[in-house]
Design a binder for this molecule. Structure first.
Ligand code: AHM
Ligand code: MG
Length: 336
């Protein structure tokens, strides 16, 4: 496994450090911490079926150890890894009510980055051995370094992201990320615990033939979405399209980026803003999508331009191959 074709993630980070927007090395160290946490979580996810780790949080297992649900465990692993390495000044997690300030009393603490994370997305799929993922998003703080982080450091629009990525714990484990200069994917060789560059410069095909949506909610969707779904199912040209929905955003997104497709989590008559969280799920995936020649909208607006108002804000989310998202937008616009 030598040579350009089999570059490791570690090598790639070092080589590309100079292309980062800010080149203090801090971002590289941050990526190294995420890479490490990803390997630990991967290990836990893979043994989930083997040991009694799936119990409810708070229970005690047969060895008398406290059990943690895997999503709680993944949350702890990412937070502890980032805290221990003292490379960020703040963390917000889908699993935590509020953001966490790190070394807030230490004025020598010069770290500039905040991380927002969904430690284990799609965790309802774990019990049935279906792929889950981690999603992360990195911003530069807007308040002065050396002071405790504030809510405004986290409530930044997605277009201010410095980097974003996801890890998919699937048939193989992959880490995919962007720093605003394209998207690259790395596959973990579990035997030696090393990520290798396997998918350089990932791109959504401009057209796709897969639509991914929870059609069980069809009755509650707005008319524009219903019409688009009917359009996907019509027999004409390259349609009907294929319907594929895992119910795990990272996996659905990953497949659609490779094969061409659209993912939709619309608002409906029962969920005013859909289900997905702007800061932990939609913004990072939208940044990756745009960097991979795809699009991501929340209805009429580009996801990355939404001004967040709260940490756990939800937004409708439509994301994928450019021409599919544009077509969907046409249907949505009919009902403005
Ligand atoms: P979670 O953060 O609670 O895991 O929820 C997010 C997940 C996404 O991964 C997935 O696309 C979606 O919820 C599925 O929701 P539904 O079961 O309503 O279709
Ligand atoms: Mg989630």
């Amino acid at each position: 496994m030598l040579g350009q074709k089999h570059k490791t993630l570690g090598e790639f980070i070092i080589e590309n450090q100079s292309s980062f927007q800010y080149t203090s090395g801090e971002l590289s160290r941050l990526f190294n911490a995420i890479r490490l946490a990803a390997k630990v979580v991967n290990h836990e996810v893979n043994k989930a079926g083997l040991i009694d780790i799936l119990g409810a949080a708070g229970e005690t297992n047969i060895q008398g150890e406290d059990q943690q649900k895997l999503d709680v465990l993944a949350n702890d692993i990412f937070i502890q890894t980032l805290k221990n390495r003292e490379i960020v000044c703040g963390i917000a997690s889908e699993e935590e009510d509020d953001f966490i300030s790190i070394n807030s009393q230490d004025e020598n603490h010069q770290n500039k980055y905040v991380v927002l994370i969904d430690p284990l997305d799609g965790s309802s799929n774990i019990d049935v051995n279906v792929s889950v993922g981690t999603i992360f998003s990195i911003y530069r703080r807007v308040t002065p370094v050396g002071t405790p982080v504030k809510i405004e450091d986290f409530l930044q629009p997605g277009n201010k992201q410095v980097a974003a990525g996801y890890i998919v714990y699937g048939t193989s484990t992959m880490l995919v990320y962007t720093t605003g200069d394209g998207v690259n994917g790395f596959t973990l060789n579990p035997a030696i615990g090393t990520f290798y560059l396997s998918h350089p410069d990932m791109q959504f095909p401009e057209d796709g033939k897969i639509y991914s949506v929870n059609e069980g909610n069809y009755i509650h969707f707005l008319q524009g979405v219903k019409d688009y779904i009917k359009y996907c199912q019509q027999e004409e040209g390259d349609r009907p399209y294929t319907s594929r929905y895992i119910g795990s955003l990272v996996s659905d997104f990953h497949r659609n980026m490779i094969k061409g497709g659209i993912y939709m989590y619309p608002k409906s008559s029962i969920t005013e803003n859909g289900k997905l969280r702007l800061l932990y799920e939609c913004n990072p995936m939208a940044f990756i999508a745009e960097q991979a020649n795809g699009l991501a909208i929340g209805g009429r607006t580009r996801i990355l331009d939404i001004e967040p108002t709260e940490l756990h804000q939800r937004v409708p989310f439509f994301c994928g191959s450019k021409n599919m998202v544009i077509k969907l937008q046409e249907f949505l616009d009919k009902y403005k």
